[in-house]
Design a protein around this ligand. Structure first.
Ligand SMILES: [Zn+2]
Length: 256
């Protein structure tokens, strides 16, 4: 039973997606509820023959899960699907001895999307078959540049790369600054250390000098003392000699 317009308005995006899924012919084809001519399948995608082909062997490659348009799909699925599309293209070229294929995505109704389930069309081309002609109009270099500048902020790729490079350069400068600061700090520390060592050596040297000086002074003192002692002794002896001489005189007088 289909919901009324009023009910649809009240539905959350998740509920709407669920409803879309339930009504999706391609989800039914993938589930096997609607018969199809399956050519290939893996964990991410299924390839079937288009029942309204643009050319002989027109293949539709579908993600197994329901996604309406390319931007909704996980990159892993996109990557796998384009590899499979390449292989399908190769199979078509060989099977029909074709000279070329188109690998085509209609992203949105305005681009020719007819079902709300994403798909990649792979089909062969023949000379002047008129299936798909992309017009090519000339453009000036200036207009091309204007277009590039207009698009670039939306793309992210090249701009992002430029930004990343800038960021890398900025990071490099920051790292260099940090490194320089560390080196400077280390230098300062070394300097300080050297200063301290020199100071310590100086102190030790001066201590030694002081001790040596003290020793010399002490030695001098000792020497002086000794000299004085010797002088005193000599004086004593002289005195004694004098006393003896006097005594001798006295004795001489007695015998005179
Ligand atoms: Zn679907």
């Amino acid at each position: 039973m289909q919901p009324t317009e009023e009910e649809l308005k009240k539905m959350s995006p998740e509920q709407l997606l669920e409803l879309q899924k339930q009504n999706c012919i391609f989800c039914k084809i993938i589930a096997g509820e609607i018969p199809s001519k399956k050519l290939y399948q893996d964990e991410h995608c299924v390839a079937v023959l288009d029942i309204n082909p643009a050319s002989e062997g027109h293949v539709l490659l579908l993600p197994k899960d329901h996604y309406q348009i390319l931007p909704q799909m996980p990159e892993e699925v996109i990557a796998r699907m384009f590899v499979v599309a390449k292989e399908l293209s190769h199979a078509i070229l060989k099977a029909f001895n074709a000279k070329g294929t188109n690998i085509f995505v209609a992203n949105g109704a305005i681009a020719g999307q007819r079902a709300p389930h994403f798909m990649i069309h792979v089909f062969q081309r023949k000379q002047d078959d008129g299936i798909l002609t992309i017009p090519a109009k000339p453009i000036s270099e200036k207009d091309l540049m204007t277009l590039k500048n207009h698009l670039l902020p939306f793309v992210g790729g090249e701009k992002q790369q430029v930004l990343d490079e800038k960021k890398d350069a900025q990071q490099f400068i920051e790292d260099k600054k940090e490194l320089d600061a560390e080196i400077q700090e280390e230098k300062e520390e070394k300097k300080e250390e050297t200063k301290q060592v020199v100071q310590l050596k100086k102190e030790k040297k001066s201590e030694k000098k002081k001790k040596r000086k003290q020793k010399i002074e002490d030695d001098f003192d000792k020497f002086d003392k000794k000299e004085k002692e010797m002088d005193d002794e000599e004086e004593e002896i002289e005195k004694e000699e004098k006393t003896i001489a006097l005594d001798l005189d006295k004795i001489g007088d007695l015998f005179a």
